[in-house]
Ligand binder design. Structure first.
Ligand SMILES: Nc1nc2c(c(=O)[nH]1)N[C@H]1C(S)=C(S)[C@@H](COP(=O)(O)OP(=O)(O)OC[C@H]3O[C@@H](n4cnc5c(=O)[nH]c(N)nc54)[C@H](O)[C@@H]3O)O[C@H]1N2
Ligand SMILES: Nc1nc2c(c(=O)[nH]1)N[C@H]1C(S)=C(S)[C@@H](COP(=O)(O)OP(=O)(O)OC[C@H]3O[C@@H](n4cnc5c(=O)[nH]c(N)nc54)[C@H](O)[C@@H]3O)O[C@H]1N2
Ligand code: SF4
Ligand SMILES: [Mo]
Length: 669
């Protein structure tokens, strides 16, 4: 008999949807939206619906595997755990615990995925990753400017006169915001989209502004320059609630609008028009993450923050510099789960530089890596370097649901539970402020186990089992401890399915900031304390004709690698059916220059690598732009990361995945 249960989407996504899941004969048969969820309102995307396939697929990993003479063999859990525990003991004894690297990303938004850190901290502390491929530059930028990264509540754009979607691919990546934008537009708001690609969100906009990838900071500087020229700035905010404005004024004086027009490829009249738009308060600015994945990414976000600040759009209903909402994650007692005070040793690599770190670390060398909730061989920049690095390890353990590109390289592969196979609570820290409950609805296939079970078994073997002598229920309660006062407990979540977290819907409305000065900081004291200049600059991407003409001569085109429509990163390519192939989206000017046609086989390359794929013509993309969606597997033609650089952004917390020049040529077939 089929029965319908509530559940939650575990995928790393802006939306964090509420689900209705139909279970029949112990199997998930359908995933739909929960109409009662206040934000996601019964609508979900294809990735969410496809979780049914993802949990039931015959390709799921069912047993622990060990590589012997280049081939995987099935082994028992007992053997796998004994051998891995022995290695962890031996490496710690011989080289210290930081000879082990914990490589991870955020593929599952469940609270209890944090138990991996509890394990590694009690083990003694390993080499950990800092920063983020995803949003690191922008988070640090807002830490410097405001003291933290907060967004307005989703419905607040109904208060906006104008909405600027600055580099967010809303229709594809954040579907519930798209519905809100449609509503706001109907109610009279004017919509602007600034993006090098004319995407589905641009179609909804009243005006689309095309820009050279990586030059948004310069555009923001131009808009500020025009606002000051026309006297449109909010003097009260600047005078009483900010510091460093004179530094910004000096910076803006040092540059001409003509230069900004030349490099950003946005006409001066559009810059002036945007200055007038920003004066029509309230203006909501909704940042995407794409434009901060450049060498100048932190500064880009800071210049746009500065524009939002001088135009008086901070702390105002309908306004805001809406990038992310760290307040959501901060509602939970993560430390109670991770026990970071337990580690006695620490070494860090940045997420971007983990391959480099593995290849160059001494005292101790990295001997072993354990990968959880991540697929670095497709998702890390510079795949060739990543391959060399992971291949150089003595022991690689990958905990996953599928035989990914990373799992293929492992010495041990451990099969883990997927969505609906274990209880957890899920929170999206990027868009809305609800936490959702996900019950256990079905048993996992084969011998797949939860990450938590694996950590517990290893902890028992390593002598700190007492820190894992808890149930999932206990851990969830630990994480919810400070929410109990607001009535948010596990029992309530089980019954009510979701809860609204106590997050300020209009952040910074009192203009008290979390910076050292308590004011908005155009020049950041936090940055200065960390050894940076702290001042805003007019920095450019690293791979551009202005910053590296010789490179641009050889590789004249900007390569973006945006998020795929039908997959969450690398999680669905093998389930899509058909013959997966690499789609190379090419702006019309390049198509003409290279005499390409739709469907032509092309080679895209630079000094880091090459990839083959089929041309798809991008109408109205910014001249000189190519895009290959990220997430594709090696066996389906390879990941675009074969081409991307592994540098750190200006504030060292983010990636430069889109700061990438390439060349392209037609291949004869
Ligand atoms: N379908 C789908 N949805 C997803 C995901 C997925 O894999 N698939 N992933 C989720 C995750 S983890 C994340 S981080 C979010 C990301 O959500 P988004 O930020 O919306 O998506 P990205 O693909 O990171 O960013 C791409 C957008 O930035 C634009 N862009 C790139 N460079 C620049 C630039 O220099 N200037 C400007 N103005 N725009 C630029 C691109 O053209 C594109 O429209 O999406 C989430 N949602
Ligand atoms: N070129 C390029 N590269 C990019 C990006 C880009 O825009 N362009 N975007 C970057 C961004 S924003 C992000 S967030 C990253 C995402 O990078 P990743 O998080 O590494 O990518 P995913 O494919 O989502 O997931 C990784 C793996 O986690 C596994 N997994 C899922 N749930 C669990 C679980 O509960 N336990 C365990 N142990 N494993 C689980 C999945 O099966 C999957 O194989 O990629 C980054 N890489
Ligand atoms: S992937 Fe995102 S939009 Fe799709 S169902 Fe999950 S949370 Fe919702
Ligand atoms: Mo991300």
């Amino acid at each position: 008999m089929a029965k319908v249960f509530h559940a939650a989407c575990p995928l790393n996504c802006w939306d964090s949807c509420g689900f209705k899941v139909t279970v029949e004969d112990g199997k998930v048969v359908k995933v739909e939206g929960d109409a009662e969820h206040p934000i996601t309102k019964g609508k979900i995307c294809g990735r969410g619906r496809m979780l049914e396939k993802r949990v039931n697929s015959g390709e799921r990993l069912l047993y622990p595997l060990k590589k012997v003479a280049g081939e995987f063999e099935r082994i028992s859990w007992q053997q796998a755990l004994d051998e891995i525990a022995e290695k962890l003991k031996a490496y710690k004894k011989k080289y210290g615990s930081t000879s082990v690297l914990h490589s991870h990303d955020y593929a599952n938004g469940g609270l209890l995925t944090n138990l991996d850190a509890r394990f590694f901290n009690n083990y003694g502390g390993v080499t950990e990753l800092t920063g983020s491929l995803c949003w690191g530059s922008g988070i640090q930028a807002q830490n410097w400017d405001f003291g933290d990264a907060y967004s307005h509540a989703p419905g607040d754009i109904m208060n906006s006169k104008c909405i600027v979607i600055w580099g967010r691919n809303v229709a594809r990546t954040n579907m519930h915001l798209f519905a809100e934008l449609q509503k706001a537009k109907k109610a009279g708001a004017t919509l602007y989209v600034i993006d090098p690609i004319f995407n589905a969100t641009a179609k909804l906009a009243n005006q689309y502004i095309s820009i050279k990838p990586g030059f948004d900071g310069l555009l923001a500087a131009g808009i500020m320059k025009e606002m000051l020229r026309m006297g449109l700035e909010n003097k009260e905010f600047i005078e009483h609630h900010s510091i460093g404005f004179d530094d910004l004024k000096r910076l803006l004086k040092s540059v001409s609008l003509e230069y900004i027009q030349t490099v950003s490829e946005v006409p001066i009249k559009t810059i002036t028009m945007l200055a007038e738009v920003y004066a029509k308060r309230p203006v909501a600015t909704l940042f995407g993450l794409g434009m901060q994945r450049y060498a100048n990414g932190g500064n880009t976000v800071r210049l746009i923050d500065a524009l939002v600040a001088i135009s008086g759009n901070i702390g105002l209903p309908g306004g805001g510099a809406n990038y992310a909402n760290k307040h959501v994650g901060q509602s939970f007692d993560i430390e109670a789960i991770t026990m970071s005070h337990r580690k006695t040793e620490i070494r860090t690599f940045s997420m971007m530089k983990q391959a480099e770190g593995i290849l160059t670390a001494v005292e101790p060398e990295v001997k072993m890596a354990i990968v959880t909730c991540g697929n670095p061989l497709t998702q890390l920049p510079d795949t060739n370097k990543a391959r060399e690095a992971f291949a150089s390890l003595e022991t690689l353990v990958v905990i996953d649901q599928y035989m990914t590109d990373t799992a293929e390289m492992a010495d041990y592969v451990l099969p883990v539970t997927a969505a609906f196979e274990t209880e957890d609570i899920y929170y999206s820290s990027m868009y809305h402020h609800y936490v959702n409950h996900g019950p256990k609805l079905v048993d996992p296939p084969g011998e797949a186990r939860t990450d938590e079970w694996i950590w517990t078994e290893l902890a028992n073997r390593l002598g700190f089992g007492e820190e894992f002598a808890y149930t999932r229920e206990d851990y969830i309660k630990m994480g919810l401890a400070s929410l109990v006062e607001q009535g948010i407990t596990l029992d309530v979540l089980r019954e009510k399915k979701f809860a609204e977290l106590p997050v300020n819907p209009i952040p910074w409305s009192d203009w008290n900031f979390k910076t050292p000065s308590g004011k908005y900081e155009f020049t950041s004291q936090t940055a200065k304390n960390a050894g940076f200049s702290g001042e805003l600059t007019l920095s450019l991407p690293t791979e551009s004709k202005w910053t590296n003409p010789a490179l641009a001569e050889k590789y004249p085109y900007s390569l973006l690698s945006i998020h795929p429509l039908r997959s969450n990163h690398s999680q669905f390519h093998h389930l899509l059916g058909g013959t997966p192939e690499v789609k190379v989206e090419v702006a019309e000017d390049i198509v003409k220059e290279k005499e390409l046609e739709e469907g032509d086989l092309v080679l895209v390359w630079n000094e880091r690598g090459k990839i083959e794929g089929k041309v798809s013509i991008l109408k109205l993309a910014h001249p000189g732009t190519i895009n290959i969606d990220e997430g594709n597997w090696q066996k389906f033609g390879g990941s675009v990361n074969l081409l991307t650089p592994d540098s750190e952004s200006d504030n060292r917390q983010g990636s430069t995945l889109y700061d990438c020049l390439v060349n392209i040529k037609k291949l004869s077939v």
